[in-house]
Ligand binder design. Sequence first.
Ligand code: CP
Length: 312
Amino acid sequence: MENYLSVQDIDSLSDWVLEARKMKKNSTQHKALGQGITVCLLFFNNSLRTRLSTQKAAMNLGMEVMVMNFGSEGWALEYEDGTVMNQGSSEHIKEAASVISQFCDIVAIRAFASLTDKEKDEAEIVLNGFAKYASIPVINMESSVGHPLQALADAITIDEQNTKKRPKIVLSWAPHPKALPHAVANSFVEMMQLLDANFVITHPEGYDLNPKITKNVQIEHDQKKACENADFVYVKNWSSYSNYGKVLHQNSDWMMTQEKLGKAKFMHCLPVRRNVVVEDAVLDGAQSLVIEQANNRTYAAQVVLKKILETS
Ligand code: CP
């Protein structure tokens, strides 16, 4: 595999999940594979799980890791071709990506959506800029549009916990005081389309995700009805897509509660705002999978790194 930019780069989800679960049992069994190889993790935005799990995955494979908080420590980058760079940007992505490619063998990028310019966000200028100008493999650690490492960890978690041939899985919108990107929800939707599941999305009117991503997935605007008899309920806030990047209303009645969850397992990518997105009783209860989801981020990243190492 050359790059891991989206869920679409997974050639066989069942094989990848199986491989991740094997590595979870013996995480350093492939330590020789990454000897002499360096991965560079570039963060244009904050992180806890992605940073530590990707670093841990690389270390498990015997790799060296360099981390840079590019958003606060790097030069402001220009992405347009032919620009007269007499404004805020100090360095062009062409030079930056080429220089970084000399220092490491794989580069991983986190660059969130601006939520102010839909066209630019959908063009994925940072991630695609690196994919275009770097001469080494590129991994998406959450871009404007997708978070495929999170979605892979979620698929591993569901595989570990599932007891049914065709589980009912619900993606539920939840309230949040800030405008959040669509990346986690988008990649989860794409991942669910690769599974044999009864998959339902529930959200208030006005919060439809990009229809090019949701395609023909069932949408149910009654959250309680959507959650009935669910096996897994994945909760996530996102801002409006049609009224791009806007929080339309507070909808505090959409917070996930034990009553709505029923017997389903609770999933969230974290970080999560307690008693806004989900009540304490759910997060602290036995049905919550959030800590295991975070644990599986290591094995998701490890399977991606291993696939790249095996083909480069
Ligand atoms: N879920 C996730 O990506 O967490 P971080 O933002 O802390 O990396």
